[in-house]
Design a protein around this ligand. Structure first.
Ligand code: GRF
Length: 187
């Protein structure tokens, strides 16, 4: 199977990145990870780039030319899928339009509910019975692109922000890879 080249953007722990790297090592998984981008030099997730010898780049988002630099890197590596895995920066319209239909994101709620940050506390406060995660295409509006795949679970009575986060993230690790497989089945 000829795998497509992908890159993963991170800002933090990179546990979703780790799950994607694991999947990408399976023969039947449709993508290889050729590049990792972080907007934080000390992102814990860069550990996985080092451990699995995947090229990575830390971008300085304060530099006005950073997106130009990003586009160069992505084009050089012939990347056809960009996975945002806990990337906490907003990408510009220009960047998003340069890769229309090729940028996907994972979000820790059942979109369209609870876009943005602090999802777990908001979900608990609202007394929701169910939550989960969503993998979706990225468009110009925050957490609003078309859903590729969603997974959900029931919220227990004694749930805390920590338990909710743990359960959601465990679900994310499967959802992200399943969404990518689904994506390439559709093409
Ligand atoms: C995940 O929960 C993801 O849904 C959100 O950011 C978190 C990233 O976690 N967008 P990690 O860096 O993959 O551990």
């Amino acid at each position: 199977m000829v795998k497509k080249n992908s890159c993963v953007f991170i800002s933090g722990a990179g546990t979703n990145l780790k799950a994607l790297i694991k999947s990408s090592r399976e023969y039947k998984f449709p993508i290889n990870i050729k590049l990792i981008i972080s907007n934080k030099r000390n992102a814990m997730g860069l550990l996985f780039a080092r451990r699995y010898s995947i090229p990575f780049k830390v971008i300085k988002t304060k530099n006005a030319l950073f997106e130009k630099e990003l586009i160069n890197e992505i084009n050089k590596k012939k990347i056809s899928l960009i996975c945002l895995a806990g990337y906490m920066k907003i990408l510009s319209k220009n960047f998003i339009n340069s890769y229309k239909g090729k940028i996907i994101n994972i979000h820790p709620s059942l979109l369209p509910n609870y876009k943005g940050t602090n999802t777990f506390s908001r979900v608990l406060k609202a007394g929701e019975k169910k939550t989960g995660c969503t993998v979706h295409f990225v468009n110009e509006k925050l957490d609003s692109g078309k859903t590729i795949l969603q997974k959900s679970f029931q919220i227990d009575k004694n749930e805390s922000i920590q338990t909710l986060k743990k359960k959601t993230q465990k679900m994310e690790y499967k959802a992200f890879s399943e969404a990518i497989t689904k994506l390439y089945m559709l093409i």
